[in-house]
Design a protein around this ligand. Structure first.
Ligand SMILES: [Zn+2]
Length: 99
């Protein structure tokens, strides 16, 4: 699948980095869920996002427009998850995802 790469910089890791951290919050593999960007409407698997880990917390950005899809801050006593940049997250049932 061709990837829009208009938002150019190289201070990020691949969206597959979401697997470990978010798997603790979600009981599913979030990297295969399809996210819809609230900023530009792009729809793509979360594995195709850009994950910035040097911020105070984790910031996940849309590969199309660079808008923040998700922010996660972890402290010893709590986690804050901001999903305001995601218009929708589609998580298919395991049997549907396998077929
Ligand atoms: Zn976008």
């Amino acid at each position: 699948m061709p990837v829009d790469d208009d938002y150019a910089d190289d201070d990020y890791v691949d969206g597959n980095a979401l697997a470990g951290e978010l798997q603790e919050l979600f009981a599913v593999d979030v990297t295969i869920a399809v996210g819809e960007c609230a900023h530009c409407g792009r729809q793509a698997p979360m594995a195709e996002t850009r994950v910035y880990t040097r911020a105070p917390g984790t910031v996940v950005r849309c590969r199309g427009c660079g808008g923040a899809l998700l922010k996660l801050v972890t402290a010893p006593h709590a986690r804050w998850l901001d999903l305001s940049g995601l218009a929708r997250l589609t998580i298919r049932a395991p049997e549907a995802a396998a077929g």
